[in-house]
Design a protein around this ligand. Structure first.
Ligand code: SAM
Length: 393
């Protein structure tokens, strides 16, 4: 058994923790943008293959105290680095520092890099591994909180949000990890159609379909950093892949239904869906949401409408009002989830949200609101300010 840390986006920590529990891991602690868990080597492989809301899976390797760059150098230099990697493998250092003792994270990272290089030089007659910031074999994270320094090895390599299906994107695509996290926050697991009529590059539709089919998001990735580790067990990894593949479904009685007003965007979405090999489950068409209807056999709606200010203020108010009117008129008896970075504009939907979740889309603070559109759905009270449910965060 070992301790690992899965990192994620802000706001998705509990979703990630639930995902880990479902995989059979034992949760040690939920942190800000990370979850620490216990598991064996197979669990490390499964976490990398299956977690939808993790960015990287890290293994803590050393913890020590340091209060200056020199102390940091000495502690890192004292580690026998050849137990982790070879002189012909490249490395890079990634710092995260919240400490009054270390003001410049890049300088601290440089001292860690020097300490590792010097240790190799001392052990290998002046030779040292190369630093490769673009594509290192070994990503070494240094986290410093106060005087507590932790070194962690990245087992994933490239971030796990890069599933491989989205090489082309429209403007403002959602991060795949955020899209999966949004879906997992609802109770939707494939029990109805999933509709996104502002689908852009199709991220929500693809993530939803993978959830419905129990497809592991990174099962077909060819490279994980742990494949370079000394303890890499190829047989165990292959067995884990087979076990994960056995749990996947190839039939789903519902559809992911997507549309976008822009024909070129739908073309991009189509290519992404094909790359994900999900064209048998996702239907796409060019469509104006404002003229759309809930399909006869229903479905849950989730959309990420435009909210940037390229639309003039008046237009954005009218756009959101129109969206609300369409929901009220054409989407009765369902649930709609809207992610928007424009909280003012969201008020113009004119429906009272039954859930309000705060999320970060890249650096933009967003509201992820649920609207229950069942008969007798409550309208937004005239005086919104007096309604605590409608207060901005
Ligand atoms: C923020 S993007 C969605 C990004 C998407 N979630 C992704 O991951 O790529 C908003 C999308 O809404 C589309 N859109 C804007 N107005 C629309 C309308 N009236 N009906 C349908 N789609 C619309 C835009 O073309 C754009 O692709």
């Amino acid at each position: 058994m070992a301790i690992y840390t899965a990192t994620t986006l802000q706001g998705l920590e509990n979703v990630l923790s639930n995902e880990l529990t479902d995989l059979g891991a034992t949760i040690s602690e939920v942190h800000n943008r990370a979850v620490t868990f216990e598991g064996d080597l197979a669990m490390l492989y499964r976490a990398n293959l299956c977690l939808r809301t993790a960015l990287h899976i890290l293994q803590p390797i050393h913890q020590f105290t340091a209060r200056s760059d020199e102390e940091l150098y000495k502690q890192v230099n004292a580690i026998d680095w050849k137990q982790y990697f070879d002189i012909d493998q490249s490395f890079a250092i990634y710092p995260t520092i919240y400490s009054e003792y270390f003001q410049h994270s890049q300088f601290a990272a440089l001292r860690v890099k020097d300490a590792i290089a010097d240790r190799f030089r001392a052990d290998f007659g002046g030779r040292r591994p190369a630093v490769d910031k673009a594509n290192p074999d070994f990503k070494i994270y240094i986290h410093i909180k106060g005087s507590t320094c932790s070194l962690l090895l990245d087992s994933s390599g490239e971030s796990l949000h890069k599933r491989g299906y989205r090489t082309e994107a429209n403007q403002a695509p959602l991060n795949e990890v955020l899209a999966a996290g949004m879906i997992l926050m609802t109770n939707w697991r494939g029990q109805s159609n999933f509709i996104d009529y502002m689908c852009g590059s199709g991220t929500l539709l693809i993530e939803a379909t993978m959830i419905a089919l129990r497809h592991a998001p990174n099962l077909y990735r060819e490279q994980f950093a742990f494949m370079q580790w000394r303890n890499y067990d190829e047989k165990l990894f292959n067995r884990t892949c087979h076990e994960v593949a056995d749990q996947q479904l190839d039939e789903w009685e519902h559809w992911a239904i997507g549309g976008d007003i822009n024909a070129q965007t739908i073309q991009i979405a189509r290519q992404n869906v094909q790359r994900a090999q999900l064209e048998d489950y996702i239907r796409l068409s060019v469509k104006d949401f404002m003229n759309s209807q809930l399909p006869n056999n229903g479905g849950m709606l989730m959309m990420n409408p435009p909210y940037d200010m390229r639309l003039q203020d008046d237009d954005i108010v009218a756009f959101y009002k129109n969206m609300g009117d369409t929901l009220k008129k054409n989407y009765q008896n369902t649930q709609a989830w809207i992610l928007s970075g424009n909280m003012e504009a969201l008020k113009n939907i004119g429906l009272r949200p039954t859930r309000k979740i705060k999320l970060l889309n890249a650096t933009i603070e967003c509201g992820f609101y649920c609207y229950e559109l069942y008969e007798g759905s409550k309208k937004t009270p005239k005086n919104e300010q007096q309604d605590p449910d409608n207060e901005p965060f």
